[in-house]
Design a protein around this ligand. Structure first.
Ligand SMILES: [Zn+2]
Length: 420
């Protein structure tokens, strides 16, 4: 399944609100016409101790730059220089990030919640982490950080006394979840929760194989994918996802936001329903990683899911088709489910979408489903008529005709007469 941002608006609102508040709190820099996204102006030379809150913010900004550089360089000593409390936890965070191919770290101060006495400071921070080979831009999440000013032989400086992600960051920064194991492999970063720790080596090998499969088979390939495998899904509720929906799917493709508040990548999630059996995991992983490869192609749900299914089942000796689809085909299928209805009946609609793509491939070649997706996405076709115009021009068919043909093919699969 591909989530098109379930729970996303709330996260986005939080981001924008925090920045508007930051500007209101007297942090320097930024024009008001910039939707509150303007960063704080570059810090002046860190030596000068400012007696104003804005000055303190600028000094803290400089500390965060040092901290970011230490994380990217993997320089534990330099990182430790920014730490002034909650040491074990901060170091654990640093060590987890060291396991990732971190190419860039960005910080932006958001809402300032304490900073009146000029020796202590607390604020929301937007932390961006870009993984080399995985993210085109930093993926931004929200944290709460606290600092205090300490005196040393080289004058006073700020250190971080507390640094915690706000709840709901499991998709953005799964490595921040206590108990998770992070491992980077061939084009895959895998994060497993505590319950799946013993299965991590095998899951990594399977995710790597699925990534290579998609890289070879899907136009445009797939250089890298972040894969989450969680047995305990409760955290995903705080990320704004519908738990019942997550549990019902073997996997999900979940978007993550960049500095401009727009989706910049998607993460693949493997749920307990997708972990059952080697063969089933392989199909689910290939399905979700196809979404990761093609996530920028906006199209109706049937086409997005149909292409992911089509790709995932390539070369499988055993094809699984849900019995419910056979029953529906026997009763007659003559239309493609519209967006909104697709996920309401997954047992019928996933096979239907897969067979619709198989019909396209049978009549127009193996690449036809990908071409259909790209063509529909290129013109931004959303409505039924617009999609049909593209399908008609390229393939001489319509979505409903494809559904009808797919229904007949499913009926034949089950050896029953098609009703339509
Ligand atoms: Zn899907």
């Amino acid at each position: 399944m591909r989530s098109r941002g379930i729970g996303w608006p709330s996260v986005l609102a939080l981001t924008v609100t925090a920045f508007v508040a930051a500007l209101g709190a007297g942090c320097s820099g930024g024009s008001e016409g910039d939707a509150g996204r303007a960063p704080i102006s570059p810090a002046p030379a860190a030596a000068a101790t400012s007696a104003t809150r804005a000055g303190a913010a600028a000094e803290i900004e400089a500390v965060l730059l040092d901290r970011a550089a230490a994380v990217v360089a993997g320089d534990r000593r330099a990182f430790l220089r920014t730490v002034g409390g909650d040491r074990a936890r901060q170091l654990a965070w640093f060590d987890r990030l060291r396991r990732l191919p971190v190419g860039e770290v960005t910080h932006e101060l958001g809402t300032v919640t304490a900073g009146e006495d000029l020796d202590r400071f607390a604020a929301a921070v937007h932390l961006g982490v870009r993984l080399d080979g995985f993210d085109p831009e930093p993926v931004v999440g929200e944290r709460r950080m606290s600092w205090r000013r300490v005196s040393g032989s080289d004058g006073s400086r700020w250190v971080v006394t507390r640094d915690r992600p706000v709840p709901g960051q499991v998709v953005v920064a799964p490595w921040d979840v206590p108990g998770t194991t992070v491992v980077a492999g061939d084009g895959v970063v895998l994060v497993v929760d505590e319950a799946l720790r013993s299965r991590e080596p095998r899951l990594l090998a399977e995710a790597e194989a699925a990534r290579r499969f998609v890289d070879r088979g899907v136009p445009g390939g797939l250089e890298g994918a972040v894969v989450l495998a969680f047995r305990d899904l409760r955290l995903f509720a705080s990320a704004g996802l519908d738990l019942a929906e997550v549990r019902a799917h073997g996997g999900m493709a979940l978007p993550v936001l960049g500095p401009e508040g727009e989706a910049v990548a998607v993460r693949a999630l493997l749920t307990p329903a997708g972990l059952r059996g080697t063969w089933w995991r392989r199909v689910v992983l290939r399905h979700e990683l196809t979404h990761v490869a093609l996530w920028e192609k906006e199209a109706p749900e049937w086409l997005v899911e149909g292409v992911a299914e089509y790709a995932a089942w390539q070369g499988e000796r055993i094809q699984r088709v849900q019995r419910a689809a056979g029953v529906a085909a026997r009763g007659g299928i003559d239309s493609m489910p519209p967006d909104g209805a697709f996920y309401a009946d997954p047992m019928v609609n996933y096979p239907l979408a897969r067979f619709a793509c198989r019909v396209l491939a049978r009549e127009h070649g193996r690449g036809a489903p990908y071409e259909a997706l790209a063509a529909v996405a290129d013109v931004g076709a959303v409505h039924h008529d617009e999609v049909d115009a593209v399908l008609g021009e390229r393939f001489g068919t319509t979505a409903d005709e494809l559904a009808t043909e797919a229904g007949r093919a499913i009926a034949r699969w089950f050896g029953v007469p098609a009703g339509a």
